[in-house]
Design a protein around this ligand. Structure first.
Ligand SMILES: Cc1cc2nc3c(=O)[nH]c(=O)nc-3n(C[C@H](O)[C@H](O)[C@H](O)COP(=O)(O)OP(=O)(O)OC[C@H]3O[C@@H](n4cnc5c(N)ncnc54)[C@H](O)[C@@H]3O)c2cc1C
Length: 530
């Protein structure tokens, strides 16, 4: 059979599921686990800026176990239906559960929600796709585990889905894809693969040693359309005796370079064990209030509003939150090193420290410190309501070196373009020892066509600006995946063409998430059969 090409998956009329496909899916997973018609609306992008071009799935299938996932991929091949797997589908800001192409069936794995294994002794869990950060934290708490999860800003997403998208949290184990170990994957032909040590039947070290024997393939399944991941192992840290959450604020916009350059060496040497989440005043304000609380006049936020925010919230023009972990004596020693470095480099900065013990009651933790303690919440969804109207936001996430000079370049590049489009620059960085992610959060009113049109124009302009300066996003909304993939162009896009060849080998019919991350089925060329 020939592989899918775009003409197969872009129907002329409204997306619909052919009756024989619906019947086959119902036979595989049960009537109540196949959604069609109006019931699929919840799986479109909740923050869409695409208006009538918003991609709505043709159907949604909710398998309850690995065998049902295998049955679904086989049926998709037989009926030539594109699938789009999601774990909890909360990829808000990057398209939600929305597929890349119309006519797709979303494979929603949230019913597969077992915490398969918790090992306190060696510090790992094995989870299915449906396990949310909220559920994992509750499971660890209620079973008396000594382990601490790492959680992103919003806890309703999937531990597995977030790791696959290279998402991050804010503890010592915040780089979620780096702390994955062991994977179980269903391929397009239904083959069930276990990676690393898991390739040995009855392995005792599935989630302990990444290597196994021979080439590592786990990386092929991150941000990928080569398989559907049904389990991963995740390394977790033990809850430490003491955690010091530090908030470092600087009064001037020009302090950004100094802030980055004082924190990076402390991370490289291991004094600071978490990343540092750095935000400007509007980002911090958007976590707790709507824009109208500070300014409701025309145009961009004026300087006076920024001063008002900082005066009211006790924040600065740049604010960095990070944490130190370990036995109390070690945390105190780390803190002394941090204090000395900050005093020497940033005499105008203020460093506020709150120390928490191992068994702190989550209700006693300051809401802004929760993520550094691995306590999930959903409070920050209100950031999408910053501009009023129907809340929506989109994220722009650029990878850059973790230096002050790069941070300033990124700030200037993002701020200029975002303000040109009439949005406030609500930005910052997730600073790590060896890379930073420059983040710009653009809140908009999804029911305002003018706002949506400006968001749709902004992203390609930002990609072009960033690319010209040697930077590229690491993640994107499906609508811009080809554009972002185009920027990864070294040696005539050799990497993309290589992944295309692997795609053709593993999924010759091209049914798994066609177009995800710019990888299309049909040939080894970057655009496949298009
Ligand atoms: C205000 C706000 C704050 C945010 N803060 C953060 C943050 O701090 N850190 C962060 O990382 N993100 C953040 N996000 C982005 C996003 O909400 C999270 O990353 C969220 O965890 C992603 O949703 P999910 O975990 O349900 O993944 P899903 O939506 O289930 O998955 C994401 C994508 O991964 C792929 N995928 C998922 N499951 C599978 C599978 N089993 N097999 C193959 N492919 C699969 C699919 O392409 C899917 O679309 C934020 C968003 C908002 C709106």
């Amino acid at each position: 059979m020939a592989p899918l090409v775009l003409a197969d998956v872009l129907p002329d009329g409204p997306p619909r599921l052919a009756p024989e496909v619906e019947e086959a899916l119902v036979a595989a997973v049960g009537r109540e686990h196949v959604l069609v018609g109006a019931d699929v609306a919840g799986h479109a992008d909740p923050f869409s800026f695409l208006g009538e071009a918003t991609v709505v799935p043709a159907g949604v299938v909710l398998p309850g176990n690995v065998e049902e996932v295998r049955a679904v991929v086989r049926l998709a091949g037989e009926h030539r239906v594109p699938l789009w797997p999601v774990s909890r589908g909360r990829n808000y800001g990057y398209g939600g559960a929305s597929p890349r192409v119309p006519g797709s069936v979303v494979v929603d794995l949230h019913r597969m929600d077992a915490v398969v294994e918790v090992d306190d002794e060696t510090g790992y869990v094995v989870v299915e796709p449906g396990v949310s950060f909220l559920a994992l934290a509750e499971h660890l708490r209620s079973t008396g585990s000594s382990l601490m999860p790492s959680v992103p800003d919003i806890g309703w997403g999937s531990v597995l889905g977030n790791a696959l998208e290279r998402g991050f949290g804010y503890t010592s184990h915040g780089d979620h894809s780096a702390f994955q170990c062991g994977m179980e994957v269903v391929l397009a032909d239904g083959t069930l693969v276990r990676t690393g040590m898991g390739a040995k039947a009855d392995s005792t070290a599935f989630a302990l040693y990444k290597g196994g024997f021979g080439p590592s393939v786990d990386g092929l399944f991150f941000q990928s359309n080569l398989g559907i991941v049904t389990k991963i192992g995740v390394w977790l840290a033990p809850r430490p005796e003491s955690t010091a959450v530090c908030m470092l604020t600087t009064p001037h916009d020009d302090d950004l370079a100094g802030l980055v350059d004082v924190l990076r060496p402390l991370m490289l040497e291991g004094t600071i064990q978490s990343n540092a989440v750095i935000g400007n005043a509007p980002v911090v304000a958007s976590m707790v209030s709507p824009r109208a609380a500070w300014y409701d006049g025309p145009g961009l936020l004026p300087e006076s509003a920024l001063f008002a925010m900082n005066a009211a919230m006790g924040t600065g023009r740049w604010n960095a939150r990070f944490a130190l972990y370990g036995p109390a004596s070690l945390v105190e020693a780390r803190l002394d090193v941090v204090r000395a470095a900050v005093e020497a480099a940033l005499p105008d900065a203020s460093l506020r420290v709150t120390t928490y013990g191992r068994d702190v009651d989550p209700a006693e933790v300051h809401p802004a410190d929760r993520a550094q303690l691995g306590i999930p919440s959903t409070d920050l969804i209100q950031m999408a309501a910053w501009r009023g109207g129907t809340p929506a936001h989109t994220d722009f996430s650029l990878v850059c070196p973790p230096t002050g000079a790069d941070a300033v370049r990124q700030r200037d590049l993002l701020r200029a373009r975002i303000q040109d489009e009439g949005f406030d620059y609500a930005g910052g960085f997730t600073l790590n020892a060896r890379h930073a992610i420059a983040l710009a959060l653009v809140a908009f009113d999804r029911d305002d066509p003018a706002d949506c049109a400006r968001v749709a124009a902004l992203f390609p302009a930002l990609v072009a600006d960033a690319s010209a300066a040697g930077y590229a996003p690491y993640r994107s909304h499906p609508a811009f995946m080809d554009l972002v993939a185009d920027q990864y162009d070294a040696n005539d896009s050799a990497l993309r063409r290589t992944v295309g060849r692997i795609k053709d080998a593993l999924d010759p019919l091209g049914v798994l998430a066609p177009g995800k991350q710019g990888i299309w089925p049909g040939s080894a060329s970057s655009r496949g059969g298009v």
